[in-house]
Design a protein around this ligand. Structure first.
Ligand SMILES: [Zn+2]
Length: 118
């Protein structure tokens, strides 16, 4: 793990901090999946990373067309799935986020179940 302390960009090998930074600048430090603004706060900056659209685990290559700015939660949700296009990957990640948010919301309501109105 390499950290660029100017931007807190964390990129995994084989990307260098310079290569990661180039992709993040191109994408304005905004997660291309959920839209998180990596420049808005320290916490957001810490969350930013670079995603291999076609995963490295599936021989995805290190060229700009295969790399996008991505927050770590979206990166984790996307995992090693292979998609036909960026749009398909984005739809998948956003759907997963939505599912998780619904589960989280309903779990969170449990302790206060009596007070909450469904
Ligand atoms: Zn994101």
């Amino acid at each position: 793990m390499l950290i660029d302390f100017r931007t807190l960009t964390m990129v995994a090998r084989p990307l260098t901090p310079e290569e990661g930074l180039r992709i993040l600048k191109r994408d304005n430090f905004v997660c291309q999946y959920c839209g998180l603004d990596g420049m808005a706060s320290f916490e957001n900056a810490l969350a930013m990373s670079v995603d291999f659209l076609h995963p490295r685990a599936h021989k995805g290559r290190k060229h700009a067309g295969n790399l996008v700015a991505c927050c770590r939660p979206c990166n984790m949700l996307k995992g090693r799935h292979v998609f036909k296009s960026f749009d398909e990957a984005k739809a998948y990640v956003l759907a997963r986020r939505d599912e998780l948010r619904k589960s989280w919301d309903s779990e969170r309501r449990q302790p206060h179940g009596a007070a909450a109105k469904a």
